[in-house]
Write a protein that binds this ligand. Structure first.
Ligand code: WTA
Length: 676
């Protein structure tokens, strides 16, 4: 058991400094065109109308066979939605738009290099490419319904194409964030038992053509050692027909997609009719132990939920140009770059590179050139753009009607810059709180109905009924001023179904905490524990304060402290490792790594360097510690547990509190002096 209070205490302290903010109201212009401006929606989705209210979301989709039972709770808490229904996600995101909109852009792909032109892929073109690639997956790679395939792809149009091709066949895709290491990719290949890896040879990032193919070799090597053989690696070339990566192809295993695809030109694949509850994809996320959790998302429920929330929270109309500047390798990209927008027939922007390349005006030029009117990003990026190029947005002629923030709490000051400068005082903003596990939004204002309040996610979205519990399970009501564990009282269709291959961990992590009867088949007995601390204001708006477990949110990316610590421990000389989150102006949080070496080794900059490199190699650069502090000993409780709370306070220059109960209180001063 780790010190669960660490994050809670520190995050709650941050919250105390945040006063209540004033409301901002959406413009009449926005409300007049909004998909949802009728407050009665909250009534329709009230708890008394649960679960039948979700028929409204299901009816946004085309079903091969309409469902017969809306919610089956017989395997609680593994919920089944829209039982009896049959549906295909690729059909809903592509085929059904062809009759009226085949000529419309589905994906605007913007390459990072300035001299390369944007590619506008129409729905018809998407249909052709997805069919051809699906044929290749089926007939060349031998994939069939229910198989898992790992994708380790950068932000290129071929990523959504590959996902939709899998969906067409009922193959379960598991996309690993492109910036993750070969090792991280291997872990996910092994856990999902994938025998096919889809990757790319290279991609641009910050002006450099990155060799990505090398990660595939590392991943396959590690996976093979663990008994999971990858027999085919499908490599998309950044420039078809041209070698862009120095890493050689492995004979008989690696294939350039563009070579093989020629065999499948013109192929058409009937979408495989899936049960609503068949899995659509896995998305791995960090948890409290070193092993990432494969969140398993359903086909019908998930798609209905992302379609519904894209329509009412993102306010996506078919004529909109929608740009979510996240990576498809995260849940945000799955739900709100690919499945949500495309199921509604919108045009979705996929940008390859860094938003500040080659300068701080790039994002705004893209927005101007594509006439983007809905913009979606994370606080970390807003902070970065505000810092490096605060005056750039004003120089360009783009007009957002709507903007989203997601992934972390946004400071009111940063929110106001986003509103005034990026939104030009006109765009409605939604601060959307949700998680990889939840598939779609949990809390957010409905932009055509509720006023915005900087720093607050807003009320729950229609159909979601949160409740905040204290440690004892007492409800902390609105306006109590107390933070507690936010839970959701009811299931919802976007929720993950289980952790891949580990139902016990699913129940234990998300449902055991406040469940009173493990035998119960009644959803009312199974509040979902989100793992975040939150406080509900008098007006019902929720403010999310951060993780209660030991997950560090770096630039909106969740990293398990345990993952980082275990990476550090792969360095032979390391005895103990402890990671704590440090507040960072841009990234939100950064990991600070404390290390105790094994006896007989002396601290040196080389060791620190080596440990930092090990973390980057095992997880990815995103996890690079702010600092590696090599200490002579860790502050410990008498029972020998490392007191991360104390280290966290030192790293953040806050009060370490009472340390006299420690086994070794004297170490605190020593570490303090070192960290300064
Ligand atoms: C945090 C990202 C405050 C939260 C969609 C959650 C937020 C974790 C917000 C999930 C927000 C996400 N305000 N905190 N609007 N959105 N979080 O799985 O701690 O990558 O539990 O999903 O990010 O991160 P994940």
């Amino acid at each position: 058991m780790t010190d669960k209070n660490v994050e809670e205490t520190s995050e709650a302290q941050i919250a105390v400094h945040w006063g209540e903010e004033k409301y901002y109201y959406p413009s009449y212009e926005f409300v007049a065109q909004a998909n949802m401006s009728d407050p009665k929606i909250y009534e329709r989705f009230a708890l008394k109308n649960f679960p039948n209210c979700y028929k409204e979301f299901a009816d946004l989709l085309d079903w091969d066979e309409y469902w017969t039972e809306i919610l089956d709770t017989s395997d609680a808490p593994c919920w089944k939605w829209f039982v009896g229904g049959r549906i295909n996600a690729s059909y809903n995101c592509i085929d059904r738009h062809l009759a009226k909109n085949k000529n419309k852009t589905a994906i605007h792909f913007v390459p990072e290099p300035l001299e390369e032109k944007t590619e506008h892929i129409t729905y018809q073109e998407l249909y052709v490419r997805v069919n051809e690639f699906a044929a290749l997956l089926r007939d060349f790679a031998g994939l069939k319904k229910g198989d898992r395939v790992t994708l380790h792809m950068p932000m290129i149009a071929e990523l959504p194409i590959a996902m939709l091709a899998c969906a067409r066949l009922g193959v379960i895709h598991s996309q690993v964030f492109g910036g993750f290491s070969g090792q991280a990719c291997a872990d996910r290949i092994i856990d999902s038992a994938s025998r096919v890896l889809i990757t790319a040879d290279s991609y641009y990032r910050n002006g450099t053509l990155i060799d990505h193919k090398q990660n595939a070799d590392i991943a396959c090597g590690i996976a093979a050692k663990e008994g999971q053989n990858v027999d085919k690696v499908l490599v998309w070339q950044r420039y078809p027909g041209k070698q862009s990566s120095p890493t050689p192809m492995v004979d008989g295993r690696d294939f350039f997609v563009n070579d093989v695809l020629k065999e499948y030109y013109g192929a058409r694949i009937d979408p495989v009719s899936m049960k609503a509850e068949d899995p659509l994809f896995l998305m791995y996320t960090s948890g409290t132990t070193g092993k990432p959790k494969g969140c398993q998302h359903s086909t019908g429920g998930y798609l209905a939920y992302v379609a519904g929330t894209s329509k009412y929270v993102q306010d996506i109309h078919p004529e909109d140009v929608y740009w979510c500047m996240a990576d498809i390798g995260w849940i945000t990209g799955h739900s709100y770059i690919v499945y949500g927008p495309l199921s509604l027939g919108a045009s979705s922007v996929v940008y390859e590179g860094v938003p500040t390349f080659p300068d701080g005006g790039r994002a705004w030029r893209i927005a101007q050139d594509l006439d983007v009117n809905i913009f979606h990003t994370a606080p970390t990026l807003i902070r970065a753009l505000r810092k490096v190029a605060p005056d750039e947005p004003a120089k360009y002629n783009f007009n957002f009607k709507h903007m989203t923030t997601v992934g972390e709490p946004i400071e009111p000051e940063v929110w106001r810059w986003y509103y005034d400068v990026v939104g030009k005082g006109k765009a409605a903003i939604v601060d959307t709180w949700w998680q990889t596990e939840t598939g779609g939004f949990l809390c957010s204002t409905l932009p055509g109905i509720n006023p915005m309040k900087p720093g607050s996610a807003g009320p729950a979205v229609p159909g979601i009924h949160p409740i905040i519990f204290d440690e004892e399970g007492n409800e902390l009501p609105a306006g109590s001023g107390k933070a507690g564990n936010i839970c959701i009282q009811n299931p919802w269709p976007g929720s993950f179904q289980t952790i891949w291959g580990n139902r016990d961990r699913y129940v234990e992590t998300y449902y055991a905490r406040y469940n009173k009867n493990p035998e119960s088949k009644d959803w009312r007995d199974w509040p979902y524990l989100a793992g975040d601390a939150a406080v509900q204001a008098e007006d019902g708006y929720y403010r999310i304060l951060g993780r209660i477990d030991d997950v560090i949110n770096v630039s909106g990316h969740r990293l398990g402290t345990k993952e980082i610590e275990s990476a550090a421990l792969t360095v032979m000389e390391v005895a103990e490792a402890a990671v704590v989150p440090v507040a960072h102006e841009i990234k939100g949080k950064e990991p600070d790594l404390y290390i105790a070496l094994k006896p007989g080794y002396e601290s040196s900059p080389e060791f620190a360097e080596k440990i930092s490199a090990a973390v980057c190699e095992q997880i990815g650069k995103i996890a690079k510690p702010r600092n590696v502090w090599i200490v002579s000993d860790m502050p410990k409780t008498r029972s020998g547990k490392i007191m991360r709370r104390v280290l966290g306070a030192i790293s953040n220059s806050t009060d370490v509190g009472d340390v006299m109960t420690l086994a070794n209180p004297e170490i605190v001063e020593e570490i303090k002096a070192m960290v300064g």
